[in-house]
Design a protein around this ligand. Structure first.
Ligand SMILES: Nc1ncnc2c1ncn2[C@@H]1O[C@H](COP(=O)(O)OP(=O)(O)OP(=O)(O)O)[C@@H](O)[C@H]1O
Length: 254
């Protein structure tokens, strides 16, 4: 197993006109190739900020972020992001064109190459029938599938997913979680996934990093999720253990 991403003692801050907000403090972890690495913690603990920093959109105040040994200093096609919002697609382009666009622009592919690659990934997310549709005609789940296909088609080193299913209804959310795992079984891509749902973390992740409430610090890492949750009844037990670890601080209320 090789280390792909190394986050070392990273502190992330926001400067506002009136104050300095510390989002995360001295957070360290590493992600290996083919990990389904989940960042889990309560609202405001800095999960999204950490993901943005890995994406190259937020510079650490202290510490370093390295991918394949190179320091992350800006966004790059080696790290693709999928967001929660349904409006991350270009409404004036069709489904196929949305997936082709970054392939042409950031990967310098010819239109024919990009079309072929985009079709293959849209097929993986079961959207072949909808390639010529405009995105406003799609359901929330279908839009997220397009965003996932667009990210995966770039074949990045790591796919960064920021609560991608949080705005979906419960049934669609479960379907999308299953589909993501099936996609992973097929290609074993590396994914970093942000959620504040313990159940979702256990379902998606093989490793889960638990962050404390604001400012986010590492509380613990659960690194054998697949083995533990495969045993009968133990997913529920793991959920309780993670809950206790996350909310152990005296006086902290959910
Ligand atoms: N643009 C910003 N300017 C100032 N402070 C910010 C900004 N964005 C986030 N913060 C603050 O940084 C901290 C971490 O925010 P972040 O969105 O990363 O947390 P999170 O764990 O992803 O939360 P949630 O689960 O609610 O999305 C919070 O205290 C938040 O108020």
């Amino acid at each position: 197993m090789s280390t792909l991403l190394d986050v070392s003692a990273v502190t992330l801050r926001y400067k506002t006109p009136s104050s300095l907000v510390t989002a995360t403090e001295r957070v360290s972890f590493s992600v290996n190739s083919s990990d389904r690495f989940v960042l889990l913690g309560p609202s405001g603990c800095g999960k999204s900020t950490l993901l943005k920093a890995v994406g190259g959109y937020h510079k650490p105040s202290e510490g370093s972020i390295r991918i394949k040994g190179r320091e992350v200093t800006e966004p790059g096609a080696d790290r693709m992001m999928v967001f929660q919002e349904f409006d991350q697609l270009l409404p004036w382009k069709t489904v196929l064109e949305n997936v082709m666009f970054p392939l042409c622009v950031a990967r310098n592919m010819s239109k024919a190459e990009a079309r072929e690659r985009a079709r293959a990934y849209l097929d993986k997310v079961r959207l072949t029938k909808f390639i010529d549709s405009y995105t406003h005609t799609l359901s929330g789940g279908m839009k997220q599938r397009v965003a996932i296909a667009r990210g995966m088609a770039m074949e990045p080193d790591i796919l960064l997913m920021d609560e991608p299913f949080a705005a979906l209804d419960a049934l669609t959310r479960r379907q999308m979680q299953d589909e993501l795992l099936q996609l992973w079984e097929g290609t074993r891509f590396t994914v970093m996934f942000v959620t504040h749902s313990i159940a979702e973390a256990i379902k998606i992740g093989n490793r889960i990093l638990l962050l404390s409430p604001h400012p986010g610090r590492v509380k613990a890492e659960v690194s054998d999720v697949d083995q533990v949750s495969a045993t009968d009844g133990s997913a529920a037990q793991l959920e309780r253990q993670i809950h206790d670890l996350l909310f152990a601080e005296p006086g902290h209320r959910e």
